[in-house]
Design a protein around this ligand. Structure first.
Ligand SMILES: Nc1ncnc2c1ncn2[C@@H]1O[C@H](COP(=O)(O)OP(=O)(O)OP(=O)(O)O)[C@@H](O)[C@H]1O
Length: 787
């Protein structure tokens, strides 16, 4: 610390000048406690290097004291003292005195400056005192104000206390409410725990069901294998049977041949016997003739003897009777000729007799040989008969085994059908498949990225689809999601089981829903002129006709196949009117009061509808092409070739197996709905606008029906539109329904896509009941029921 007396000498010129090499702060320390004017003074003198110190930078609190005091850092002072100590040795005393004088001069200048400052400060002090008085007055006023405020505040405090009391009351009430809420929360928690527990049991059930499903699948595959094996076995049995049959027929041929031979031999034998009898008769005759001839010869001999006697007599008489010699000579010659004749006749007869004897001998030999042959053929006939009986027994045994195998096969088929339908029931009787079509060449991918994406988590792989709209992601899960690269075949594979159900006697309904241009017609009908891109309808028909062939060996034999009737029809519901596709050119639009009756069987009947019986897929595809060509097509802003009508393709299937007395009656409805579109976006006007409104109305009726069925309401509004009325039998609780929701990946259609996906998600959450199989119904007239 530096203490400085006011009486110290000042610089001669009285100016405050900084030391040449001085730092910006210079401090001087003097002894503390040195008496100055009888008082010890302390001071720090601060000299700003070369700057004019104004009143603002000068200390103010020391006005009126004997010297100005300025803060000086200790470090600076210590540094200065050190410097001084160091310099002590280096400078001589004189120099130090000079320095000191110079220094004192400066100090004096400072003091003067401080005195000036003090004057200015006293002025300021006066001003301040005045302002203090003013402030005091102000304070008085403020105090008054404060009092008033205090009163106000006290009244407010009272009020606030009252408020506080009421608030406390409220708080108490709230607390009790909170308690009740906590209680209900606890109850809810319990309920939630219960739900979680039941969810766990349900998931366990689900797991069990899935395991059962797996085992059922395994059973099905084993049954299928068994079925294949049985088929192979049956084929081999049939082959064996065929072989046996051919062998049997060859044996039968042999037998026939042998019998024929026997017959011919017997015939020959009887002929021979007859011949023999004839020969014997002729022999007898010949013997008789011989005897007669012999007696004749004997007579002739007797006559000859008589003649000879006569000749002798005559010769004796010749001698006597010369005239009569010529006469007698002639007579003798004549008798000789006659005798010769008789001799030759006898020789001839003898030769004939001997030839007949030899003939008889050969005939006897032949007879013996024939009898031996007959004996041999009798033995072979007995052998053949025993062999034939053995073969017959074998054939009977084989036929019994075949019938056994067929019975097993039929039982297996029954089990397969049951398991197949159990699987489908487990999958749900209303299912939703989503199909996203690829971007078309004239559509551009959104600059912000793709609108549609597919989650890759294992849980929803192949079943999930995400749609992004204005940066927000909407996720949906369906039974199956087909990405744009899915082929028509991939889609068909997934629905082929439903076609099998229709063949097993169920009502099946498959419909495509979606905005205009989203690919409904492509899915149902395919791309015309591209057989590899043919749609579901032609593929379904192919499957049905193939199954018809393959079911033949299982009892649905060709003769019985005559009982199968494939009846197809196409009907089009257009602007709430029913238009007949096949004779649309003849009839045009039908009147709205057209008769729609419910048949006793629960099937809808459309009057005057042309029904065509078809026998092959070719015939049906011809009819389909006709139907597709006569379908109403229009152009909207959203699709160049928009289908402005619903297309309903119905296939009715009757099956009879006469060996098992089984009959099935199934219905398959394939529907390409007209495109749903926003009126504003479609750009429709006039008739087209009416048409779009009608389409939207019938689609909304369809959704009303589905949701009403899902809620199990007593009244289902089937009659709200022709479409739902016509489809009533197939949309009812006892049918299997599959919905395709077709989606366009174009970013400009994202709003419509979101609507379609939301509708599909609601449909997917529905449960419309358990399907019933229609069996043992022999249709009296299949043409009466159409849907
Ligand atoms: N999966 C697909 N693969 C290739 N092209 C497709 C696919 N789906 C649809 N398309 C094409 O998209 C266009 C529109 O399809 P389509 O006519 O089937 O739509 P839609 O939904 O039936 O329309 P609308 O309701 O107006 O009749 C057609 O050119 C069709 O060939």
């Amino acid at each position: 610390m530096v203490s400085k007396n006011q009486n110290q000498p000042s610089t001669p010129n009285g100016n405050l000048t900084p030391t040449s090499a001085s730092p910006s702060k210079v401090g001087v320390e003097n002894m503390v406690g040195t008496p100055v004017n009888g008082r010890a003074r302390q001071a720090l003198i601060y000299v700003n290097g070369g700057q004019d110190l104004g009143p603002s930078s000068a200390p103010t609190s020391y006005a009126g004291s004997e010297c100005g005091i300025i803060e000086f850092t200790r470090e600076d002072v210590e540094a200065l003292l050190n410097e001084k100590m160091k310099r002590k040795d280096r400078f001589n005393y004189k120099e130090r005195c000079e320095n000191m004088v110079e220094y004192i001069k400066r100090l004096k200048l400072c003091i003067r400056w401080f005195q000036e400052l003090e004057g200015s400060y006293s002025l300021e002090l006066e001003k301040l005192q005045q302002s203090l008085e003013f402030e005091e007055q102000k304070c008085m006023e403020i105090e008054l104000l404060f009092k008033n405020k205090e009163e106000e505040l006290s009244s407010m405090t009272v009020e606030l206390r009252n408020n506080y009391a009421s608030l406390q009351e409220k708080f108490m009430k709230e607390a009790s409410d909170k308690l009740t809420v906590m209680e209900s929360l606890a109850k809810e928690r319990d309920a939630r725990l219960n739900i979680e527990r039941s969810q766990a049991t349900l998931s366990e059930d689900l797991g069990r069901a899935q395991r059962e499903l797996q085992s059922a699948n395994q059973k099905i595959s084993s049954l299928n294998e068994m079925y294949k094996r049985l088929q192979d076995y049956i084929t081999s049995l049939q082959q064996y049977n065929g072989k046996l049959q051919t062998e049997l027929s060859s044996v039968e041929d042999d037998l026939k041949r042998a019998e024929k031979e026997k017959a011919t031999i017997t015939e020959d034998l009887s002929m021979s016997k007859a011949q023999l009898t004839l020969s014997r008769a002729s022999q007898d005759e010949a013997t008789k003739q011989k005897d007669a001839l012999a007696s004749e010869v004997a007579c002739l001999r007797v006559e000859l003897q008589q003649v000879r006697d006569d000749r002798d007599r005559y010769l004796s008489q010749l001698q006597t009777l010369t005239g009569e010699v010529v006469k007698y000579k002639e007579l003798t010659e004549q008798s000789c000729t006659e005798l010769d004749n008789l001799t030759t006749k006898t020789t001839e007869l003898e030769a004939r007799c001997s030839s007949q004897t030899s003939e008889m001998k050969t005939l006897k030999e032949q007879l013996t040989a024939a009898e031996a042959k007959v004996q041999v053929s009798d033995i072979s006939a007995v052998e053949t008969r025993t062999e034939y009986e053995g073969q017959k027994k074998l054939v009977d045994e084989l036929q019994r085994r075949l019938a056994d195998a067929e019975y097993k096969l039929i039982e297996g088929e029954k089990l397969r059908k049951k398991l197949h339908n159990t699987i489908l029931e487990l999958k749900g009787n209303i299912r939703v498949f989503c199909r996203v079509r690829p971007l078309l060449p004239d559509e551009n991918c959104n600059s912000e990225g793709k609108v549609i994406s597919y989650p890759t988590s294992m849980e929803v792989l192949g079943r999930g689809v995400d749609l992004r709209q204005s940066g927000q992601k909407h996720s949906f899960t369906f039974d199956k999601v087909f990405m744009p690269d899915a082929s028509q075949e991939d889609v068909f594979v997934e629905i082929s089981q439903l076609v099998q159900s229709a063949l097993d006697g169920y009502k099946v309904c498959i419909f495509a829903y979606g905005q205009t241009g989203s690919g409904k017609t492509y899915t149902m009908m395919g791309r015309p002129g591209h057989p590899e891109e043919k749609g579901l309808i032609p593929r379904v028909l192919e499957q049905i006709f193939q199954t018809k062939q393959s079911l033949q060996p299982q009892g649905w034999k060709y003769e019985m196949f005559q009982c199968w009737k494939f009846t197809t029809k196409q009907s089009e519901i257009y602007c709430q009117q029913i238009k007949l596709l096949l004779n649309v050119w003849k009839m045009g639009l039908l009147e709205s009061n057209m008769l729609l009756n419910m048949m006793a069987s629960g099937n809808t009947h459309v009057s005057d509808l042309t029904v065509v019986d078809v026998c092959s897929a070719k015939e049906v595809s011809f009819l389909l092409n006709q139907a597709a060509n006569s379908r109403s097509v229009g152009k909207t802003q959203m699709n160049e070739q928009s289908s402005r009508s619903h297309f309903v393709f119905t296939l009715r299937i009757y099956g009879v197996n006469e060996s098992t007395e089984q009959q099935v009656q199934g219905v398959l409805n394939l529907i390409d709905l007209a495109g749903s579109e926003r009126l504003s976006k479609s750009g429709s006007t006039g008739d087209r606008l009416k048409e779009t409104q009608a389409i939207n109305k019938s689609l909304s009726s369809l959704s009303d029906v589905i949701f009403s069925l899902a809620k199990k309401e007593d009244h289902v509004p089937f009659r709200n539109s022709k479409l739902t009325y016509l489809l009533q039998p197939c949309l009812g609780g006892d049918s299997k329904t599959l919905m395709f929701v077709n989606i366009s990946p174009d970013s400009s259609s994202v709003g419509e896509s979101l609507c379609s996906l939301r509708f599909a998600a609601r449909v997917n959450a529905c449960d419309i009941g358990t399907p019933r199989r229609q069996t043992n119904i022999r249709p009296s007239d299949t043409r009466l029921n159409y849907v």
